[in-house]
Design a protein. Structure first.
Length: 493
C-alpha cells in the first residue's frame, strides 16, 4: 500500500444527488460496491474494480491515463467534478475513502491527515466500534431516528433502511459534508443532515431510535473531534448519556457507546449507573473488559509516520501522566441501551441491568429486544412468570455429554448455547435440557414446572419446582427463551 496521502480536505460536491447516485450505480456495475477483495488477490489487477479499489479503498494513486482507459472519460471527469478524485501531476488519487459498512457505503478521510487542520476535522472510517453499534440495532420499522455524533453517517444509513425519517447530526462540518454525500450515494433521500453541538440542534425534538458513537476517548490532547470533544476526561460521554432520555419518545430506544473512567472513589460501572439515575429509562449496560492506563493509551494514541520509538514513548508518557494527575485508574467501554418507559400504577420502577458482553454475531439487536421483554416479565413477579407461555429462541442449541456404563450411555451434562445474537452459553440440568423442547408456547410455565413436580412427588416436589423455576428465570435473563407473544410481534431474529 502506498504512503501517498492527498492533502485536500475540500468538501465534496453535494449539489446534484441524482448525479451522485448515478456514479454509485456505475461503480457498482463495475463490481466495486459489492466487494473489494483486491487486497486478497481475488480481483483482476487491471480491472475497473481494481482501479477503483486502489484509489478509494487502498489509498494508492493511479495514473490518470489508466483510470480513463479502465473507467471511461465520463466517469473519471465526474469523479473530479464531485471532488472524489484529485490530481497529483500525472496521478489521480482518491480525495476520500469509501467502503461498504453494514448495508450501505460510507465516506471518510484517509488514515493519516498531513495537516493539523485535517487532523482536527478528520472523519474516521467504520471500525470495530461502529460495527458493534450497528449490530446492536434491531431491524424493525420506526418513524424517526437520530444518529448523534454521526461522523461518516454509517449508523444513520444502516438504521435509515427501516425508518421513515432519519437525521445525521454532528458538530464537524467535514463529517456532515461526507454524510450528506453518502446519503445521496446510497439513495437515502429521507436522511437529513444537521449541525449540532451536543443536543443544541435537536432541541425539543424526540425520536423513536437514537444511535450515538460519540468522541469518547479519554486523552490529554482534546484536539481531534473524532477522538474527544475537548471537555476533558469522560465528561462529554456523561453529558450525552444524561441528556439522551429527553429526546426519546415513550417506548423509544437509544444505543450508544462510551468509555468511562474508574477512580479511587468510583468504579466505571458505578459512575455510569450514576449518570442514569432518575432519567425515566430502563437501561442495559454491556461492558467490555477494563484497561489500565498504559494499555488504554497505546490503543488510542493517533498513529504518526514521523514518530520514532522515542517519540512514541514520550507521547505515551504524556498520556499516562495526564491520567495520573486526573486520578484515572482504569477505563471501560460500555454499550448502553436505553428504553424510555414511564411507570404507571403497579408497573415496576425503572431498572438498570449490567450484562457481560460475550462474543457477538454481526447483528444482535433482536437479542437485545428479547432481553428487554424478558426483564419486564421477570420484574412483573412470580405469578406473571407462572402464567407466561415461553418459547425457545430459534437459535438455541442443546449439547449433551454422555458417559458409558456397562450397558448404555448415561447423560452426564447438558448445556444450551445461542448461535445468533449474543453468544451466551448456560449449563442446565440434564432433565431440563432434554425437556426444553416442550417450551414451544403451547403450555404455561406453571404447567411445565408442575409436570416435573408431579413426577417427583412427596417432599421433593416443592424443591424441584423451585429449582426448575429458578433455572427458567436464568435462561430468560440470558435470552434463551422469551414469551411467545414476543416472537409473534417481533418476528424471528
Amino acid at each position: 500500500m502506498s504512503n501517498f496521502v492527498p492533502s485536500t480536505t475540500a468538501p465534496l460536491d453535494v449539489s446534484d444527488p441524482a448525479l451522485i447516485r448515478r456514479v454509485a450505480e456505475q461503480m457498482a456495475a463495475m463490481g466495486f460496491a459489492e466487494d473489494m477483495r483486491i487486497a486478497d488477490g481475488e480481483t483482476q489487477p487491471d480491472s475497473a474494480a481494481a482501479c477503483l479499489a486502489r484509489c478509494f479503498a487502498l489509498d494508492a494513486p493511479t495514473p490518470e491515463s489508466t483510470l480513463r482507459e479502465r473507467l471511461g472519460n465520463e466517469l473519471v471527469d465526474t469523479c473530479f467534478r464531485l471532488g472524489l478524485l484529485v490530481r497529483r501531476g500525472s496521478l489521480a488519487a482518491g480525495a476520500v475513502c469509501f467502503v461498504p459498512a453494514g448495508d450501505a457505503t460510507v465516506f471518510f478521510d484517509h488514515p493519516h491527515p498531513d495537516t493539523e487542520q485535517g487532523m482536527r476535522h478528520f472523519v474516521m472510517g467504520p471500525g470495530g466500534t461502529t460495527q458493534k453499534l450497528i449490530g446492536s440495532i434491531p431491524k424493525r420499522r420506526r418513524k424517526r431516528i437520530l444518529d448523534l455524533c454521526s461522523g461518516s453517517g454509517a449508523a444513520a444509513f444502516s438504521a435509515a433502511l427501516y425508518a421513515d425519517e432519519a437525521v445525521a447530526a454532528d458538530y464537524n462540518e467535514r463529517a456532515l459534508n461526507l454524510a450528506r454525500f453518502g446519503a445521496s450515494w446510497n439513495g437515502l433521500q429521507h436522511v437529513g443532515v444537521r449541525f449540532t453541538d451536543r443536543f443544541s440542534g435537536i432541541a425539543g425534538e424526540t425520536f423513536d431510535l437514537i444511535v450515538c458513537n460519540p468522541p469518547f476517548v479519554v486523552n490529554p490532547a482534546n484536539a481531534s473531534m473524532f477522538l474527544s470533544a475537548g471537555m476533558g476526561g469522560d465528561l462529554f460521554s456523561e453529558h450525552i448519556v444524561r441528556g439522551m432520555a429527553a429526546h426519546l419518545c415513550e417506548g423509544g430506544f437509544a444505543h450508544l457507546l462510551c468509555d468511562v473512567v474508574a477512580t479511587a472513589r468510583q468504579s466505571s460501572p458505578e459512575r455510569l449507573v450514576e449518570w442514569l439515575t432518575a432519567n425515566g429509562c430502563d437501561a442495559m449496560l454491556f461492558p467490555s473488559p477494563p484497561k489500565g492506563p498504559s494499555e488504554y493509551a497505546e490503543s488510542w494514541m493517533p498513529p504518526s509516520p514521523e514518530r520514532d520509538a522515542d517519540g512514541f514513548r514520550d507521547e505515551r508518557a504524556r498520556w499516562i501522566r495526564y491520567y495520573d494527575e486526573s486520578g484515572f485508574l482504569a477505563f471501560q467501554r460500555f454499550l448502553v441501551v436505553l428504553r424510555k418507559r414511564t411507570p404507571f400504577d403497579t408497573d415496576p420502577p425503572n431498572w438498570t441491568r449490567i450484562i457481560d458482553m460475550p462474543n457477538v454475531q454481526q447483528f444482535y439487536g433482536h437479542h437485545i429486544l428479547r432481553l428487554f421483554a424478558n426483564e419486564d416479565l421477570l420484574r412483573a413477579g412470580e405469578p406473571a412468570l407462572l402464567a407466561a407461555r415461553l418459547k425457545l429462541a430459534p437459535d438455541a442449541r442443546l449439547s449433551v455429554q454422555f458417559f458409558p456404563n456397562e450397558t448404555r450411555w448415561i447423560p452426564e451434562s447438558s448445556s444450551l448455547r445461542l448461535t445468533g445474537g449474543l453468544d451466551h452459553e448456560a449449563q442446565v440440568a440434564n432433565v431440563l435440557g432434554l425437556a426444553a423442547s416442550r417450551l414451544d408456547g403451547s403450555i404455561t410455565v406453571d404447567e411445565f414446572v408442575s409436570s416435573f413436580a408431579s413426577q417427583a412427588g412427596g417432599e421433593d416436589a416443592h424443591s424441584i419446582q423451585r429449582a426448575i423455576l429458578d433455572a427458567l428465570s436464568r435462561l430468560l435473563s440470558l435470552g434463551f427463551l422469551a414469551p411467545v407473544e414476543f416472537f409473534s410481534t417481533e418476528g424471528a431474529p
